[in-house]
Design a protein around this ligand. Sequence first.
Ligand code: GCO
Ligand code: MG
Length: 424
Amino acid sequence: MKAITIREVQVTLTAPAGSRLVVVKVETSEAGLYGLGCATFTQRPLAVKTAVEEYLRPFLIGKEADRIEDIWQTCYQNSYWRNGPVLNNALSGVDMALWDIKGKTAGMPVYQLLGGKCREGAAVYRHADGREPKEVEDRVRAWMAEGYQYVRAQMGGYGGVGWRKWPKEEAARYAPEVVRGEEEEAARRAAPKGARPGVYYDPRAHMLSVVKLLDHLRAEIGFEVELLHDVHERLAPIDAVGLAKAVEGHKLYFLEDPLAPEDLEWLEMMRAQTSTPIAMGELFNNPREWTPLIARRLIDFMRMHMSQMGGITPARKAAAMGEMCGVRTAWHGPGDVSPVGHAANLHLDVACPNFGVQEFGGFGEAEQEVFPGCPEVRGGYLYPNDRPGLGVDLDEKAAARYPCFEGPDAWTVTRRPDGSAARP
Ligand code: GCO
Ligand code: MG
């Protein structure tokens, strides 16, 4: 049989729900046979586009599309310097597209190529947020009423308390909900004279507010719902250890990113002091970050952003390693993962015995218009559509109707009360 080769590689940037998404399309020598992959690094989409168009495309044209592993390894090595957010996302777009093509060629969904279903659908968690515990409680109850068993509870997002000296229209564009005089006034009082603009948050106040929030939710709702919380690496390491201990009795499903990738050494201390389940990984883009944590059982859930790893090929290996070490998967799945990326998450979720839970931000009408075949959520579970490949398509005309905004993000310009820069 004549080998199916790669004929073209294209990148689409689109933002149907506001977040900038990057999708790679790999077309083959067989008419109408193509694959799609998620390469979404939402903070630097143009950098990924260039890496695909200028470096991977010329390298791939003419290659046999069925040789996923060899293509992954040669693309990974080809830049000599490897890993990192831009190159891994570029590689992921191609990798997922090749798995999509292999599924279509075989006439079966990708999860069948991964060993078939372990479960019919993947349990997902939704986000509940608010400015007061009662607001968050109402949101959690609303998700429970829709059948969700897992809810992430935040108060004030990841701890931001308002904008400083940003022109109102700029602040309104990025975070309309935080443009309230009183917070701004409060923040203004805290910082030294001449402090620079940014998203100010107070780690200590945030830590105490999380304890207050979870105390409230367990007192009002009890243990009927699995609760999760994302610290978003916003606390000093010792305060993160303190928080993990302080909320131990609330039996969280997991506490996410209590530490930054730069502070992983503190995990051992945290482990020694508390049994609060720990989830980490969305910021990882080098196997040197996730393999030691899995092997040493320092985390309970791997939260990698699949395209930041380089796609399905490395993710299925990390998942298999996790199975051997009692570490479950909880792939990153907010709005800055395209529906193609969500489908890739989902195919591993239904095929991996050590699946834990799947983050899910929901698909709005515009996203479903741009990406026909979005997985469906029913009763708290996300279901693959059983079509060959990953099951999601791309309407390029519709995608063009939702252009991406230009330039850097503003929400990542985060500052401590004294005006110094902090991790977002
Ligand atoms: C999450 C994440 C996200 C990230 C976002 C960065 O757990 O969903 O922390 O909210 O902040 O993906 O662009
Ligand atoms: Mg997170």
